[in-house]
Ligand binder design. Structure first.
Ligand code: SIN
Length: 306
């Protein structure tokens, strides 16, 4: 798949000066991110509030809520307001809540990496990778354990016209092999607070355009990541290595990022279609526990403007 002839989806216009009537939205960093206030996510929220939150996610790519207290069922209920749950392969969910995974690092863990500590877009190896992910902080270390997101619209828009033209013709090959194939079971066994079932299913490969058009805003974004993009369709390894490494480094440079330092009760909600993210593993000796839900997305496409 490279491009489709489907016309661009117009960006839904927010009334001028009235983007948000029911919530507050304060921009948090230059590249991406906003803090949303005035809402308790455990409440039954009406469609206007949900619409304003969705608009803020589209505008800022990742949004943060402070001081929330969500049971797994309440987190699922809030996530489902934005679409059905995405499949969550390989990771054992929270008991009785198949749509929730617990991202846990125990104080006793000594490895220098954590779950999610390589830059990635969640499950980009799926035919239809998730649109959104929601992470709720239940226990945080006294320092460290931040999460970073990188804006992939900026990553694309700051490339030269020449390279952008080349990338428009490329298809990325995504695979979970370096995360969840059986060769990785020993690594997952180090995560004492999480159960991951590696399997040969992780060897499957999935093609997605290297540049995808955001289905709701019509804006193009780079769609490759260090964790799951293993090459370009039709390219040999020795040809693709340096371009992949360049794109991984370029797309996650500091200037495109927002970094969040967690407090208990925070919720982050991000759009995997236009950000990558990574977790810091810099809090050895302390425990961190987050609950994550994921909202289903659609197959990435690059639309050719009419
Ligand atoms: C993830 O990759 O979803 C986990 C991010 C984090 O734990 O900060």
């Amino acid at each position: 798949m490279t491009a489709t002839d489907a016309p661009l989806v117009p960006v839904p216009a927010a009334p001028a000066g009235h983007h948000h009537r029911r919530i507050t939205v304060d921009r948090y960093a230059g590249a991406a991110g906003a803090v949303i206030g005035g809402v308790d996510l455990a409440d039954e929220l009406d469609d206007e509030v949900i619409g304003e939150i969705r608009r803020a996610v589209l505008d800022h790519h990742v949004v943060f809520f402070r001081g929330q207290s969500l049971t797994p069922a309440a987190q699922v209920a809030f996530s489902r307001r934005f679409g059905p749950a995405s499949p969550v392969p390989f990771i054992e969910p929270v008991a009785e809540h198949p749509e929730v995974i617990a991202v846990v690092r125990e104080a006793s863990e000594r490895q220098h990496f954590a779950f999610g500590s390589l830059w990635h877009s969640d499950f980009s190896f799926l035919p239809e990778p998730p649109f959104g992910s929601l992470l709720h902080a239940l226990e945080v270390p006294p320092y460290g354990g931040d999460t970073l997101w990188a804006n992939q619209h900026l990553a694309l828009e700051t490339l030269s016209p020449g390279l952008r033209a080349t990338l428009r013709g490329l298809v990325g090959v995504h695979s979970a092999r370096d995360g969840y194939a059986p060769k990785m079971q020993g690594v997952h066994d180090l995560f004492r607070g999480m159960t991951v079932h590696t399997s040969d299913a992780a060897l499957a490969e999935q093609c997605h355009p290297v540049i995808r058009t955001h289905p709701e805003t019509g804006r193009e974004a780079l769609f490759v990541n260090q964790q799951y993009t293993i090459g370009f369709d039709g390219w040999w390894e020795r040809e693709q290595r340096s371009l992949l490494d360049f794109l991984f480094a370029h797309s996650t440079q500091d200037a495109f990022t927002v970094r969040w330092h967690w407090q208990v009760g925070d919720v982050a909600f991000w759009d995997n279609r236009c950000v990558q993210h990574m977790a810091m593993a810099d809090f050895e000796g302390h425990r961190r526990e987050m609950h994550r839900t994921t909202v289903a997305g659609d197959a990435p496409v690059r639309r050719v403007p009419a």
